[in-house]
Design a protein around this ligand. Structure first.
Ligand code: 13P
Ligand code: SF4
Length: 306
């Protein structure tokens, strides 16, 4: 039997679901039951009636699935080198200190954070809903982190004061994109839409045609009449776009804004590891009950904002 068939058989036997982020390698995207952006994955993790959630992504995403499914088994095929560096830039102490300096502020943190940080937040947000979440509060001051480029994006869509924590929080992949990259590629492909993620630097966001979450990029490419798109986010987003275009029998020209925009922690999953994970049921994500309860409130606040 081929490995894909064996994985599908194991999945059925164990009532398992495979969730994968848009930045996963092609072989993983092709066997996943659901592929999505961070928000879509949160919603799917909350809705599933599977007994086992096998998560192909980075650490904070699998933790989020566990927070929303305390009594289910959440597994990652690999846990070594799967940490999102940005999520580790906002340890709980930084939030506690920031709160002391701004006692009246609400705390909105990116879902790209550890469970222990989420436990201290009023709400989480993703790049798909950050402005909506910030604007849902009555308070005028918002402590926001870790990504300061997402903070810049939000600050353009709100009158509230966005206070960054930490001041230099960023994603090492999206930080690579420069204004020159956009200027040069626009000259090469003048008819293309430039789509960039809000984790990109402010000058890159300002030069782009659209600033969108990975789910937003997918919807834009699928619904647009245009034929050419510059993709300013992690390179395997193009894999996701190709898979979805294939399903509707379309082809479009998809050009990476940079070929070296690769998130190493996202590339640790393989089909062999997925099969082993389903057989051995490890690595299991475990979290402290109290952390789960508190972090869940912040995530559910986000999921309830319409
Ligand atoms: P999305 O929520 O847009 O998928 O982004 C997640 C992420 O980690 C981007 O680097
Ligand atoms: Fe983290 Fe950046 Fe990778 Fe997204 S692309 S998972 S923010 S390191």
């Amino acid at each position: 039997m081929e490995i894909v068939e064996r994985i599908n058989k194991l999945k059925k036997e164990k009532n398992a679901i495979i969730l994968a982020h848009n930045y996963q390698p092609e072989e993983i995207q092709r066997i996943a039951d659901f592929i999505g952006d961070s928000l879509e994955l949160c919603i799917k993790a909350k809705e599933t009636d599977a007994d086992i959630i096998l998560f192909c992504g980075v650490d904070f995403m699998a933790e989020t699935a566990k927070i929303l499914n305390k009594d289910k088994k959440v597994l990652m095929p690999e846990i070594k080198d799967t940490e999102c560096p940005m999520a580790h830039q906002l340890p709980p102490e930084v939030i506690e200190n920031a709160k002391k300096g701004h006692p009246d502020a609400k705390v909105v943190i990116y879902v790209n954070t550890l469970a222990s940080a989420k436990a201290l937040a009023d709400a989480t947000c993703t790049s798909a809903n950050a402005d909506k979440i910030v604007n849902s509060f009555e308070e005028n001051e918002i402590l926001f982190g870790p990504d300061q480029n997402l903070g810049y994006y939000v600050s353009k869509k709100t009158d509230k004061k966005i206070i960054g924590m930490p001041e230099d929080g960023h994603c090492y992949v999206h930080k690579k994109f420069t204004a020159d990259d956009v200027i040069n590629i626009k000259k090469q492909y003048p008819n293309a839409d430039v789509l960039v993620h809000p984790e990109c630097n402010p000058e890159v966001q300002d030069l782009a045609d659209y600033v969108l979450s990975t789910g937003g990029i997918l919807r834009h490419v699928l619904s647009s009449d245009k034929e050419e798109f510059i993709i300013g986010t992690e390179c395997d987003m193009i894999t996701r776009l190709k898979i979805e275009l294939e399903k509707v029998g379309k082809t479009k020209k998809l050009i990476p804004l940079r070929k070296d925009a690769i998130c190493d922690p996202m590339k640790q999953m393989t089909l062999e590891k997925v099969e082993k994970c389903l057989i051995e049921e490890k690595y299991e994500i475990t979290l402290d009950d109290e952390v789960i309860e508190k972090a869940k409130k912040a995530i559910e606040y986000m999921l309830n904002v319409k």
